[in-house]
Ligand binder design. Structure first.
Ligand SMILES: Nc1ncnc2c1ncn2[C@@H]1O[C@H](COP(=O)(O)OP(=O)(O)OP(=O)(O)O)[C@@H](O)[C@H]1O
Ligand SMILES: [Mg+2]
Length: 577
């Protein structure tokens, strides 16, 4: 396997090991931040709404009490009594005893003429207020509360006017109220660093100054962005004129329609959320880093182990091939011994024949006759042929036993197969087995390793010969062809066949059905290993008592790059450890 495969394996382990933890981490952090944000938003708005609600009640109560104080004075005295000398002063004093906020008190007749006054100014008596706004408004409402103004005294105040119906005639009692009370009340509201509260009237004019900018009686530039409800306090968020976002809560005062506004900069109000998000991001980064690092170390370790395991498997495969080869050599040696025995017997009898001829000639007392010489020549020729045969046999064995380094070269399969067949031909003949070779025309050479292929075909042929032992019409058909970019060599026999339950086991090392001592069971596993390494495969089909076909597929283009360059496995392993 190339290093790219291990890199891909490592990437795959990494991506699988990382995806799940990352999704879980994102989900957990996302859910926590989402819930925290929702809860914080609720807390912030609830706090602002609570402040608005509480303070609105206090201011409304204050206004109600001042109105009731005034209504009590109007109800408990007649116009005549109050306009009598000194009465109005007494009434003001009584009012001031209930609240210091009362600054002055005046009585007005039905035409708006100032009839009596108690307070810091005296020259107001006799003036006509019929055109004054308060006078007009109080006509239908019976009670009127003005907006805040500074007046001559340059202190913020407002007026409360109550109408008194006495018989058919109306008269009016007007008191000036110091608004410092709710200036202080509203001004003292503090929420964090930027939280503040203030009052604006229905026209958007400040009724109390705003700490972050906005003087009394100036228009509030942010007024158009306010949302308000006449009954319930409202909460919302909006940017101010400078673009700074605020969280607001508003509530309207029942008596005046003024809006009590409490607001806090969103950045400050939601500061904990920003911090939580940063902590979550930090956790994801740090946690993610740890996870990535661990996964990387694990994945690299695993990929490396895989690589070592593969190398060990390859080495094991090589050792098995070697073992198979040795076993084959052993088996062949036995065959060779058997085969060499025949020529030796022939040579021995030829030798005896020559000796007999020579002895006879000696006994006859002279040189051998021309007939003797012809016989001797024939015997010597026979001996020579038998020596050649022995040489052939031993060379075949030597050729096979020699450990050859893997070399990839173009091989003409039909003649190569024929050469291998000739190595087993003699043995096959002894068993009365016919070997038929067939090959497709115009086959191009295949790039492969001849020494290894020789081992494969020898194994297959020897198996076929073994399966055909003692059978009638025994035949091995070898067909060389081509299929989808592969060269094919099919070795078919009409031997004993393989039972289905064994078919999947025959390629396992040490699986054999031969009697103990006759087979190692390494033949096919070795073939499998070799062919796979050369980039091909082996297919088998077999029917019990009919025969078997083993087909070897070899890539025409040659084995994979690694095998092609044929570095020794043990050397490669050395540099990866
Ligand atoms: N052509 C065949 N016909 C029938 N059975 C076969 C054939 N080739 C292989 N087998 C079965 O597969 C088994 C395994 O074969 P393999 O070549 O691996 O080992 P073996 O031939 O038993 O031993 P060795 O190759 O060491 O002599 C054989 O024992 C045999 O049962
Ligand atoms: Mg075998």
């Amino acid at each position: 396997m190339g290093t790219e495969v291990y890199r891909r394996t490592r990437r795959m382990i990494l991506s699988r090991a990382l995806t799940a933890p990352f999704i879980v981490m994102l989900l957990v952090c996302g859910t926590l931040v989402y819930h925290f944000a929702a809860s914080l938003r609720h807390q912030v708005t609830a706090k602002l709404v609570r402040i608005v609600d509480g303070h609105r009640r206090i201011i409304e109560q204050f206004l109600d009490e001042r109105i009731q104080d005034l209504q009590f004075v109007a109800a408990s005295s007649s116009y005549e009594e109050l306009t009598r000398e000194g009465e109005i002063d007494t009434a003001l004093k009584r009012l001031q005893a209930t609240s210091q906020a009362f600054l002055d008190l005046g009585v007005f007749d039905e035409n708006g003429i100032h009839a009596a006054y108690a307070g810091p100014y005296t020259d107001l008596v006799g003036k006509n207020y019929a055109e004054a706004r308060w006078f007009q408004e109080v006509q239908d409402k019976a009670v009127y509360v003005s907006d805040v103004f500074l007046g001559f005294r340059n202190i913020p105040h407002f007026v409360i006017v109550v109408r008194r119906q006495e018989g058919t005639r109306s008269w009016y009692l007007r008191a000036t109220i110091d608004s410092l009370f709710f200036n202080d009340l509203v001004g003292s509201v503090r929420v964090g660093r930027t939280g503040e509260a203030y009052l604006v009237n229905r026209d958007g004019i400040f009724e109390t100054p705003r700490r972050s900018g906005g003087a009394l009686m100036e228009p509030d530039p942010d007024y158009p962005t306010y949302l308000a409800d006449d009954r319930e306090p409202l909460s919302f968020s909006a940017p101010d004129r400078s673009g700074e976002r605020y969280v607001y809560a508003t509530g309207r005062l029942r008596q005046t329609g003024w809006l009590l506004v409490v607001r806090q900069e969103a950045d400050e109000a939601y500061g904990p959320l920003t911090r939580a998000v940063w902590i979550a991001v930090g956790l994801i980064v740090v946690g993610g880093g740890v996870v990535v690092f661990t996964a990387f170390v694990l994945a690299s370790g695993l990929a490396n182990r895989l690589r070592i395991a593969d190398l060990e498997k390859q080495e094991m495969g090589t050792q098995l091939i070697m073992a198979g080869r040795l076993a084959e050599v052993g088996e062949m040696s036995a065959g060779v011994a058997h085969e060499i025995n025949n020529p030796l017997q022939v040579m021995k009898s030829e030798y005896t024949l020559i000796q007999e001829i020579l002895k006879d000639a000696e006994r006859a007392g002279g040189a051998p006759t021309p007939e003797d010489l012809r016989q001797i020549r024939e015997s010597v020729e026979e001996i020579n042929q038998q020596i050649d045969r022995c040489k052939e046999i031993t060379q075949g064995l030597l050729k096979f036993a020699r450990k050859t380094e893997p070399t990839i070269q173009p091989i003409d399969l039909p003649s190569f197969v024929h050469e291998v067949v000739s190595m087993v031909e003699h043995g096959a003949l002894l068993e009365n087995i016919r070997i038929v070779e067939k090959s497709q025309h115009g086959l191009e050479p295949v790039e492969s390793d001849p020494a290894q292929l020789q081992q494969v075909f020898l194994n297959l042929l020897n198996n076929a010969i073994y399966a055909l032992k003692g059978r009638e019409n025994a035949e091995i058909r070898i067909t060389v062809g081509k299929e989808d970019g592969y060269a094919t060599v099919a070795v078919a026999d009409n031997g004993c066949g393989i039972p289905p339950e064994n078919l999947e086991k025959i390629f396992l090392p040490f699986f054999t059905t031969k009697p103990v001592g006759q087979g190692t069971g390494l033949g096919l596993s070795t073939c499998y290993g070799i062919v796979e390494k050369l980039g091909g495969r082996i297919a088998v089909s077999s029917e019990l008592n009919v025969g078997s076909v083993f087909t070897v597929y070899l890539p025409l283009a040659g084995p994979p790059e690694e095998v092609r360059h044929g570095a020794k496995i043990s050397e490669r392993r050395g540099d990866t450890r």
